[in-house]
Design a binder for this molecule. Structure first.
Ligand code: FAD
Length: 419
């Protein structure tokens, strides 16, 4: 019987390719009109803005068996990323297995596995389902008391910086997206304020003229325990970049590899040049003013929340993915406790994962589907053990953060045990 893949972004494409190469029947659907997921700029699921370049460089981002062209820049533009994904799909002849412009509305468990109901009301039965629906589509918006007269928006709806022109702009949030948008705003807005809650570590895009993450996958440092790596790389960054506090930012209260770091060479420069004024968390809105936690007030025309996204699975009964605080609690971020033919792909956050990391997840799922019953039985014990323990604090605020060096080792070991 066939497996269904929900989503044809980088994770879904890797799943289709891996299943086909493993000789497993597979088909995929994506609600957007084309493949590419986030990288289909302007698509309903995409949070990519016009100035987006990859945050991870092309080597560590690319699938391991399909490098990006040598003459592309180190951090390709989003249009390149989409072209690359289309080339990948063409190269591995994936398109005949993918239907675009149609989504999965509901999954129902039945005797054969899962019945999928599609947006057009049709249904099909599948042996199993790889859920690769992405987690950067549903905005996380904080509740701010009071009323604001100006414009409020989330980064999900941000595309081009012309909307900042001549306006007093407040960007809220210091993730990689928030940092990119601050840099965009500097060149257009009359004034840029930046509301920052927590500190983070900053990595420049280039070190010694080379992408900072180059060699990340196989570098010797990756074999060191996380705390040692953090010490080593933290010392390099303090020397090259300085401490975030020197730019007025909060001191990070976590280690270098405990959260996704900021990869941005420009935003600290703009802070240092005085192009951006830092503010703390927002306390309330008051007409045309924003009031901050320290009592400071500013007149603002536009507030843009770069406050992240929520992972959602609206097509499946709550509880099917062992949700804890609304986030699936899964073995290796993939396997729910029930041996029910559901697998989650791409529910990952952290530096260095790239699309190769997502492909490795797909390889593990395919290995599991093909494994001998004795190997499956042993694996299920590991799944049950993970899922019955509380989620480790190391998985961060999102609940699905991974330290990729360690995570990759776990995936490879799990695969070896299933073969
Ligand atoms: C600005 C920005 C910069 C980024 N930079 C990097 C980077 O440098 N390196 C990196 O590795 N990652 C980066 N990312 C993260 C990005 O999410 C991943 O690169 C990648 O797109 C994840 O792939 P995915 O397939 O898991 O999810 P997505 O790309 O989000 O694809 C999910 C797909 O599932 C489809 N879907 C959802 N629900 C349904 C349904 N019910 N039925 C059918 N289809 C459905 C969606 O339409 C979508 O096409 C960036 C993200 C953003 C927003």
């Amino acid at each position: 019987m066939t497996h269904l893949v929900i989503g044809a972004g980088p994770s879904g494409l890797a799943a289709v390719k891996t299943f086909r190469q493993a000789g497993l029947a597979v088909e995929a659907v994506d609600r957007q009109p084309d493949i590419g997921g986030q990288w289909l700029y302007g698509g309903a699921a995409s949070a990519v803005y016009a100035s987006t370049h990859l945050i991870s460089s092309k080597g560590p981002t690319a699938y391991e068996d399909f490098p990006m062209p040598a003459d592309w820049p180190a951090y390709p533009h989003h249009a390149h990323a989409l072209q690359y994904l289309r080339d990948y799909a063409r190269h591995f002849d994936l398109m005949p297995a993918i239907r675009c412009g149609i989504g999965v509305r509901h999954l129902t468990r039945n005797a054969l596995g899962w019945q999928a109901e599609f947006d057009d009301g049709t249904t099909r039965d599948y042996q199993g389902v790889v859920i690769a629906n992405g987690h950067l589509t549903v905005p996380e918006m904080p509740e701010i008391p009071g009323h604001f007269d100006g414009q409020v928006m989330h980064a999900k709806d941000y595309r081009t910086p012309d909307l900042f022109t001549g306006r007093r702009v407040l960007i809220v949030g210091m993730g990689n997206t928030g940092c990119d948008i601050v840099v965009d705003a500097v060149h257009h807005a009359s004034e840029v304020l930046w509301s920052v809650r927590r500190g983070n570590h900053f990595v420049p895009k280039f070190l010694g003229g080379r992408p900072a993450d180059e060699g990340g996958r196989r570098g010797i440092a990756n074999r060191l325990p996380r705390a040692w790596r953090a010490k080593l790389h933290g010392a390099v960054l303090r020397f090259v970049v300085g401490r975030p506090e020197q730019f007025g930012l909060p001191k990070p209260d976590h280690g270098m590899y405990d959260r996704t770091p900021i990869v941005n060479s420009l935003v600290l420069q703009h802070l240092g040049q005085g192009d951006v004024a830092l503010r703390g968390p927002i306390r309330e809105f008051a007409g045309s003013e924003v009031v901050f936690a320290d009592g400071r007030r500013d007149q603002v025309d536009l507030v843009l929340f770069a406050t992240g996204y929520r992972a959602t699975f609206p097509f499946i009964e709550p509880g099917s993915l062992n949700e804890v605080d609304g986030v699936p609690h899964l073995h290796l971020n993939i396997f729910p406790p029930d041996d029910n033919g559901l697998y989650v792909a791409g529910l990952l956050e952290g530096a260095g994962i790239g699309w190769g990391g997502r492909a490795l997840q797909a390889e593990l799922i395919a290995a599991y589907v093909r494994a001998r019953p004795e190997a499956v039985a042993t694996f299920r014990r590991a799944v049950a053990a993970t899922c019955s323990r509380p989620r480790p604090a190391a998985q961060g605020e999102s609940g699905f953060f991974v330290d990729y060096a360690a995570y990759r080792r776990d995936l490879v070991a799990a695969m070896a045990a299933l073969r």
